[in-house]
Design a protein around this ligand. Structure first.
Ligand code: NAD
Length: 293
């Protein structure tokens, strides 16, 4: 069994980005600039956004963190997005989800200029991805593709079972794995909460990608020998032995499943670090105007 080391892979990607940024700057181009909008004080979101901003510094980007209390109105938020759309200094920006209930997330996403939508959530980028046109790919699925590629995992003709159909992970993942590309060219089954007898599908899978948010959902009896298992799930579970009072658990029962796998991602240290690296990669693309020429 080989552990898919997301941390190491993410560092390699970030080093490549840093080298490219240094070259851009040496050639007189502007420093790529990512802005992040954060609403409220949710622990998870604060950590994610802080990590994104820190990662920007590491690769030599400029970054801005724009924070609002969770009482911010939708109109105020939309006004800020308009400013960011028009600000030539900002190459790309993200609005950290989830947003408070009184704000319409879809409306917020649709108000982002697709050329600056480095999360790849705007319907224009989603549509372009589906159509096979240049687009910002959502960071988590894009990171999983990088892991598969950098570990030279064969995907052509394989049966890939994706569990979870969210707009940010499961759905785009299923589309990308079926594309005529590498990684891709897989036969894809998309499972979700209404799937009857999930194990019946996972047992047939050469590649399982679990993006559910249910700790330990995938157990050893659901996995065939030699499968590749990618665990996107990151659920905080109480743990009194940790200073933070919790630890992260994936959707896969790692200890029992790992014994049967050819490749598996750990949680943490698997898919998570790749997500940040791919956000930076999208920002670099935005700065270089590679996607929308
Ligand atoms: P979500 O919470 O929006 O949706 C969960 C999906 O799981 C739904 O499509 C639902 O149909 C499906 N589902 C629920 N119960 C199921 C069951 N018993 N069997 C089969 N399918 C079931 O999903 P999300 O936003 O994609 O997040 C999924 C998990 O991935 C969460 O733990 C989240 O924290 C994590 N995540 C991690 C990263 C990362 O960078 N590592 C990024 C995004 C999300």
């Amino acid at each position: 069994m080989t552990l898919l080391d997301g941390k190491k892979t993410s560092e390699a990607i970030q080093n490549e980005i840093a080298a490219e940024v240094a070259e851009l700057k040496a050639n007189g181009y502007k420093t790529p600039h990512l802005a992040a909008v954060l609403v409220g004080n949710d622990g998870g979101s604060v950590t994610y956004v802080n990590n994104k901003v820190l990662a920007c510094e590491k690769v030599g980007f400029s970054s801005s963190l724009i924070r609002y209390e969770d009482t911010v109105t939708e109109a105020e938020l939309l006004q800020k997005i308009k400013e960011l759309n028009e600000d030539e200094e900002i190459d790309g920006f993200i609005v950290q989800l989830p947003l408070p209930k009184h704000i319409d997330s879809e409306k917020v996403i649709e108000s982002i200029d697709p050329r600056k939508d480095v999360d790849g959530f705007h319907p224009t980028n989603v549509g372009r991805m589906v159509a096979g046109l240049p687009a910002y790919l959502p960071a988590t699925p894009a990171g999983i593709l990088q892991l598969l590629e950098r570990y030279q995992i064969e995907t052509k003709g394989k049966h890939c079972v994706v569990i979870g159909r969210s707009n940010i992970v499961g759905s785009p993942m299923s589309i990308l794995m079926a594309k005529a590309a590498y990684p891709g060219n897989a036969t894809v089954t998309l499972c979700h909460r209404n799937t009857v007898d999930l194990a019946n599908y996972t047992r047939q899978a050469d590649i399982i990608i679990a993006a559910v948010g249910q700790p330990g959902l995938v157990t050893a009896d659901m996995v065939k020998d030699g499968a590749v298992v990618i665990d996107v799930g990151t659920t905080r579970v109480p743990d009194a032995t940790r200073k933070a009072g919790y630890r992260l658990r994936g959707d896969v029962d790692f200890d029992s499943v790992a014994e049967k796998c050819s490749f598996i991602t750990p949680v943490p240290g698997g898919v998570g670090p790749l997500t940040i690296a791919m956000l930076l990669k999208n920002t670099l693309k935005a700065a270089k105007q590679e996607v929308y020429a």
